[in-house]
Design a protein around this ligand. Structure first.
Ligand SMILES: Cc1ncc(COP(=O)(O)O)c(C=O)c1O
Length: 441
């Protein structure tokens, strides 16, 4: 039968927004027309400074011309070259390149589509390689929305609360959250008093045995959990502990990777070599691509066919990723992330000094945040999600897009594209200062 339904013309009015299910909780009601660099342009012509980067994805900015050209050229040649069926140039070049992005090794990459899917790959690899069942995670961590990754996620109840029972043999332990330390807020420096190591030790004496643990999964900087930067000794000590017990260290760099924190991967800040590193988001500037980089002998523990997927390593996404890596390397985006991040954090610290409702200003590279509190209440750290919501809404009114984070949604997180300029950062600081003042903080 021929389908005779009329094809809507491009000029037809847009369908009502209710066609999109409300499960996509909304950050803005903007209908976007196009993006360029740090900016999104709405269909009504309004320009927004996008310091959400599409949740940490558009590290090269929106529609970087080199990435667009690579995508267009590849799309004209081949849209799908399935990895079990054929090899393709874009994929071969990317696999080769990924294994050189970390010192040490030898490394081998595996390509998939989403961050969650790559975390699943890391867990499957860790279990297959160690023949151990248990995975340990840190409270406040976010690893995705599939069944396995929900079980690994403890950032907020909404991500998992309606979906029990979840896969087992996953236990969580304390992340060093210096601002919220039981002994009082302190800077994440060498004097850190967080008891994460004692808590991990307790976990390994109460919930499981170290020799049953396949992997400890950690975000080097907590993302959805509130942009929490750990003290400098945390990851190196975790590396020592995992090595001592034959436990694999898996770094979830889905949000922190691809230059975001001022290093290509955040583990480099502490000179820590994980066994498996998970990446996604910034790798392909917006096309769905993810994967892991793991020690080669671990990847070889997977028997052929033990893992895979129809779309993993899609050829157009691989072309976008190769161009993205070119841009990151040749346009100095890692150094820019460091410089612009430092500028932004200095501005946020000034805002914090002027507004008692801003309890903490923190971050690493272009991953920065303000934590909003009710200063007169309790010990002065009571979370204030309402005020954080007003700051985010106030920033949007002033054409700056930022996001929330944290278990209580009281953290304003700011994720500029790594191409952002000093002038744009100044604009954002000005907008945030006005928004914080208008929110009564
Ligand atoms: C650290 C981390 N891991 C995993 C994920 C899941 O990635 P995706 O949404 O692509 O499945 C995210 C997404 O925000 C993340 O921030």
């Amino acid at each position: 039968m021929v389908d005779t339904a009329p094809v809507p013309s491009p000029a037809a009015p847009l369908p009502d927004r209710s066609v999109v299910p409300a499960v996509w909780s909304r950050v803005t009601n903007v209908t976007v027309d196009h993006g360029a660099g740090s900016w999104l342009v709405a269909t009504d012509g309004t320009r927004y400074l996008d310091y959400s980067s599409g949740i940490g994805v558009t590290n090269t900015g929106h529609a970087h011309p080199r990435v667009v050209a690579a995508v267009q050229a590849q799309a004209a040649k081949l849209l799908h070259g399935q990895q079990n069926v054929v090899y393709h140039e874009a994929g071969l070049r990317l696999y080769d390149r990924l294994r050189t992005l970390l010192p040490g090794g030898p490394w081998q990459a595996f390509l998939s589509n989403s961050g969650a899917e790559a975390v699943e790959a890391a867990v499957k690899l860790a279990r297959a390689a160690t023949k151990r069942p248990v995975v340990l995670v840190f409270r406040g961590g976010y690893h995705g929305r599939t069944a396995q990754t929900m079980a690994l996620t403890t950032a907020k109840n909404v991500y998992r609360g309606d979906f029990e029972p979840l896969p087992g043999s996953v236990y969580s332990t304390a992340f060093p959250y210096c601002y919220r330390a039981p002994g009082g807020p302190h800077l994440p420096d060498a004097g850190c008093t967080c008891d994460w190591e004692a808590q991990l030790d307790l976990t390994l004496h109460t919930l499981t045995y170290p020799e049953h643990v396949a992997a400890i999964l950690v975000e080097p900087v907590l993302g959805e959990g509130g942009y929490v930067v750990p003290p400098p000794g945390f990851l190196p000590r975790l590396r020592e502990i995992t090595r001592a017990h034959g436990i694999l260290l898996v770094a979830d760099e889905v949000q922190t990777g691809m230059g975001r924190t001022g290093e290509m991967f955040a583990v480099r800040h502490w000179d820590v070599e994980p066994d498996i590193l998970v990446f996604a988001k910034g790798i392909a500037s917006g096309l769905p691509l993810s994967g892991i980089i793991a020690r080669r002998e671990l990847v070889e523990a997977w028997r052929p066919g033990a893992h895979g997927g129809t779309y993993g390593g899609n050829v157009v996404a691989c072309a976008a990723a190769n161009a993205t890596l070119d841009v990151i390397e040749e346009e100095g985006l890692v150094a820019n992330a460091r410089a612009r991040g430092a500028q932004l954090l200095a501005g946020l610290r000034e805002i914090q000094a002027r507004h008692p409702g801003v309890g903490d200003a923190r971050g690493l590279g272009c991953m920065v945040a303000l934590e909003l509190v009710r200063p007169g209440e309790g010990d002065g750290r009571a979370p204030d999600p309402a005020r954080a919501g007003r700051v985010i809404a106030g920033a949007l009114d002033r054409r700056l897009i930022v996001l929330s984070a944290g278990a209580y949604a009281n953290v304003v997180r700011i994720i500029p594209p790594l191409v952002t300029t000093a002038e744009e950062v100044d604009t954002a600081i000005g907008v945030l200062e006005e928004s914080v003042a208008a929110a009564g903080a």
